[in-house]
Design a protein around this ligand. Structure first.
Ligand SMILES: CC[C@H](C(=O)O)C(=O)SCCNC(=O)CCNC(=O)[C@H](O)C(C)(C)COP(=O)(O)OP(=O)(O)OC[C@H]1O[C@@H](n2cnc3c(N)ncnc32)[C@H](O)[C@@H]1OP(=O)(O)O
Ligand SMILES: [Co+2]
Length: 160
C-alpha cells in the first residue's frame, strides 16, 4: 500500500494509522461551530438565506479588529457565517479580489483547550496564523490554521 511518500508494508501503514489516532489527553476536537462564506453583497446573501431559504439570521455585526462584518445564519446543527469586508485591511477583501463571486472561506471547529491544540498542530508543522488566540465573533478565543497546511482549507479553531 503506498501512502504518499513511497511504498510501505501494510503493517507500517496500519501502525501509522493507529499512531495517528492516539487520542490526546489534553484536548479534543468538538462540534462544527460554523462554515464561513465570503460575499461581495452581504444584503443579497442574507436575503437568500432569510427570504428564499427561510432561515433565521442575525443582525450584521462589525468586527473591526478582524476586518469583517458578519451575519450568522442559524441552522439546526451549526451556523453559516456570512463575511463582508470591513475597513482597509480586510482578509475578506483579499479573498474577494481573487474570488469575485465570493465563496467558501473557512470552517470553524470547536476545541476544549485551544492552547493545547495549538501546541499539537505546531508540533505537526501546521502554522497558526497568530502567535496567541484572539477573541472571535462569539467572544471566545479563536486561532486560524494556514490553509496550505490544511489541504487547502482555512481552519478556525474556537475554544468552546
Ligand atoms: C475571528 C472573527 C470571525 C469568527 O468566526 O469569529 C472570523 O472568522 S473572521 C474571518 C476573517 N479572518 C481571517 O480569515 C483571518 C485568517 N486569515 C488570514 O490570515 C489570511 O486570510 C490568509 C493567511 C489565510 C490568506 O492571506 P492572503 O489572502 O493575504 O494570502 P494569499 O492570498 O497569499 O494566500 C496564501 C495562499 O492561501 C490561499 N488562501 C487564502 N485564503 C484562503 C482561504 N480562505 N481558503 C483556502 N485557501 C486560501 C491562497 O489561495 C494562497 O494559495 P496559493 O496556492 O499560494 O495561491
Ligand atoms: Co469564523
Amino acid at each position: 500500500m503506498s501512502l504518499g511518500g513511497g511504498t510501505r508494508t501494510l503493517s507500517q501503514s496500519a501502525w501509522m494509522c493507529q499512531a495517528s489516532q492516539v487520542p490526546s489527553t489534553l484536548w479534543k476536537l468538538g462540534r462544527l461551530n460554523h462554515v464561513a462564506i465570503a460575499t461581495p453583497n452581504l444584503e443579497a446573501s442574507t436575503a437568500l438565506y432569510r427570504d428564499v431559504l427561510g432561515a433565521q439570521v442575525s443582525q450584521p455585526e462589525d468586527l473591526p479588529e478582524h476586518g469583517v462584518t458578519t451575519v450568522f445564519v442559524i441552522l439546526d446543527n451549526t451556523k453559516l457565517e456570512l463575511l463582508y469586508p470591513l475597513g482597509n485591511n480586510s482578509p475578506i477583501q483579499n479573498f474577494l479580489d481573487k474570488n469575485k463571486s465570493g465563496g467558501l472561506h473557512h470552517v470553524c471547529i470547536e476545541v476544549d483547550n485551544i492552547q493545547a491544540a495549538m501546541e499539537e498542530v505546531k508540533a505537526h508543522k501546521v502554522r497558526c496564523l497568530s502567535k496567541e488566540p484572539r477573541i472571535g465573533a462569539h467572544g471566545k478565543p479563536v486561532v486560524f490554521l494556514h490553509p496550505k497546511d490544511c489541504a487547502g482549507v482555512l481552519v478556525e479553531l474556537e475554544e468552546a
